[in-house]
Design a protein around this ligand. Structure first.
Ligand code: RTP
Ligand code: MG
Length: 140
């Protein structure tokens, strides 16, 4: 498998509980390298753009409220098959359905406050990375 990059967000429920280091330890233990990282406060505009694919869903307003409710840590992760590997490490969207040992099973609070985001395909990863990072901020 080829070296690949994926986009990750450590969400406000996790920064509020001081879990950034714990999430990062689980990412690194899985063999993924954190090649870019910054802590930001997402604007509503950024959150609406980021989750535009969900704009017609009933939970869209709540999702934007949540993602702008506190600091997030945006990251670029690199590794072999990074997109699929990180989805495995994250676990299912709903933490009650996530496998043992995954970030969401161990740390998430609910389907909304679910601790992390990870890109769902290499094409979306490239778009999401470009929304938050310029090329010289990523050091592989
Ligand atoms: P993400 O995009 O954050 O990595 O999560 P995902 O792929 O596992 O889930 P997705 O279907 O893309 O949904 C995006 C985020 O919306 C929130 N959500 N809430 N209340 C609900 O029923 C509901 N469904 C989804 C979650 O925070 C989910 O991560
Ligand atoms: Mg998604």
């Amino acid at each position: 498998m080829a070296l690949e990059r994926t986009f990750s967000i450590i969400k406000p429920d996790a920064t509020a509980r001081n879990l950034t280091g714990k999430v990062n330890a689980m990412i690194e233990a899985a063999g993924l390298r954190i090649v870019a990282q910054k802590r930001i406060r997402m604007t509503r505009g950024q959150a609406e753009t980021f989750y535009a694919v969900h704009s017609a869903r009933p939970f869209f307003g709540e999702l934007v409220d949540f993602m702008t409710s506190g600091p997030v840590v945006v990251q670029v992760l690199e590794g072999e098959g990074a997109v699929a590997k990180y989805r495995e490490v994250m676990g299912a969207t709903d933490p009650s359905k996530a496998d043992a040992g995954t970030i969401r099973k161990e740390l998430a609070l609910s389907i909304g406050e679910n601790t992390v985001h990870g890109s769902d395909a290499p094409e979306t990863a490239a778009i999401e990375i470009a929304q938050f990072f310029s090329g010289n901020e990523i050091v592989g």
